[in-house]
Design a protein around this ligand. Structure first.
Ligand code: CTP
Length: 427
């Protein structure tokens, strides 16, 4: 099957030109270049290969029957790309403004033990395709001049695309690399495919192999899931298959998540959703239950703090469930929490009063400042120290509650407070 015409239609002009240039440079070195993986799958499906989570960039994989790092270096020297080379894996990344190219030396992989990163040795295209996760991701398209556009499909990926099936290439696939359990479900849900019968059986048998994967790799897969258009379907299915509880017995994927993730999407831009999804995913748990998970997944400090704050605030939400609260009271109850934690609680809480207070804080109260600062209070004769702190806080509260509006109002109130504090001492 020749896909030359489809390539020309599918790739944006500038990317196509670049790919052809890379091929020409490879040919000059006596090497061949192939498009592989997701791009081939998506091209055959006729769906866009852009992921919203990656900032709508084309992320294209190329396999080279030669030294990919050297070729990438040569290409980078003649184009405006940032080069990132991984000598251990014989791969290189070329980053351009609107696309990224991953070049890999056609390779054989062996796994020293389940879950470990593979040992890589140079190979031919066939070796490179058989080491891959699923048949639909194990196809290549030649870019070489003599067979430009030719589909190489040794594992019947095209049939599986037609039958809408996710199929592993061999029975050891999930035990070699248990992240494929998470990947299989991600593709199944994204594409609305099914797990092929034997693949489904192998997947279920290998759920315990998730324990062989490092926390960092599991976290990375969760991040990829959160980049999907509707990650809640992936989470729910992982729960159903027993993979989610294997990652943490406290994570749940049932109906609650779907509604909350949907609300999250309505208020956050795609690029900012991942952390909010994470806070919502752990929301039904207690803080003590989630500590171990945060450590195991090596969650970055900022997000860990937001997650802890989410659960701490959840435990104090009843304090905000009073419609008589003044804005200043709302503000002082919430100001120590990470805004992401407040956002997660605003989505998760069922109480309209709590939601209103949380939204008020996020959209307005947290930005309210006094016009006067410490220096200006000094000029009004208020000495630095705890007294000044109290006056500044009183000004802030009065501003929040709308009792004062202008700088003039603040000065008047500050002087009145100063006098009121001095009077008992004067007597
Ligand atoms: N791959 C694999 N096993 C993994 C990860 C990746 O075999 N654990 C292979 C697959 O052939 C995959 C390719 O590497 O197609 C590229 O991986 P990745 O960029 O993660 O996925 P894409 O196929 O590009 O799919 P998408 O970005 O659409 O999820």
């Amino acid at each position: 099957m020749n896909l030359a015409h489809q390539i020309e239609q599918y790739l944006p002009g500038s990317l196509l030109e670049l790919v052809k240039d890379i091929n020409a440079q490879a040919a000059g070195r006596g090497e061949r270049v192939y498009l592989v993986g997701g791009i081939v799958r998506d091209l055959l499906l006729g769906v866009p290969s852009l992921r919203s989570g990656s900032g709508l960039r084309f992320d294209l994989d190329l396999v080279v029957t030669g030294d990919a790092v050297k070729l990438a270096r040569q290409v980078a020297a003649t184009s405006r790309a940032k080069l990132l080379a991984h000598h251990r894996f014989c791969t290189a990344k070329l980053r351009y403004d609107s696309f990224t190219l991953d070049l890999a030396t056609a390779r054989k992989e062996t796994y020293d033990k389940p879950g470990a990163l593979p040992t890589v040795t140079p190979g031919i295209l066939k070796d490179d395709l058989i080491r891959r996760d699923f048949s639909i991701n194990a196809m290549a398209i030649s870019l070489a001049a003599d067979d430009y556009g030719e589909l190489i499909d040794p594992h019947q990926g095209r049939n599986d695309l037609e039958d809408r099936l996710i199929r592993v290439l061999h029975s050891g696939s999930f035990s070699d690399d248990a992240t494929r359990i998470l990947r299989a479900v991600r593709y199944e849900q994204r594409l609305d495919f099914e797990l092929e019968a034997q693949t489904a059986q192998l997947l279920k048998q290998n759920i315990p192999m998730l324990d062989t994967i490092s926390g960092d790799r599991i976290r990375h897969e969760l991040e990829l899931i959160f980049k999907e258009e509707q990650p809640e379907f992936v989470i729910r299915r992982l729960d159903e298959l027993g993979a989610l509880p294997r990652i943490s017995p406290f994570l749940k994927g049932e109906g609650w998540i779907a509604d909350k993730f949907d609300r999250a999407r309505r208020i956050k831009k795609p690029g900012q959703l991942s952390s909010l999804y994470f806070c919502l995913l752990v929301y039904p748990s207690q803080q003590e239950e989630i500590e171990q998970l945060l450590v195991h997944l090596n969650v970055p400090t900022g997000l860990s703090r937001a997650v802890r704050d989410t659960l701490r605030l959840k435990a104090s939400l009843h304090l905000l469930d009073k419609s008589s609260l003044k804005p200043s009271e709302v503000c002082y109850l919430l100001q120590e929490y990470d805004p992401l934690a407040i956002q997660a609680n605003a989505i998760a809480s069922e109480s309209p009063v709590v939601q209103r207070h949380l939204q008020l804080f996020l959209t307005k109260l947290r930005f309210v400042r006094t016009s006067l600062n410490g220096e200006e209070l000094k000029r009004l004769g208020i000495p630095a120290g705890p007294e000044m702190g109290k006056i500044l806080q009183a000004l802030h509260r009065a501003r929040l509650d709308g009792e004062i509006k202008t700088r003039r109002d603040e000065e008047t109130l500050a002087l009145a407070l100063r006098d009121a504090r001095q009077r008992p001492r004067d007597r």
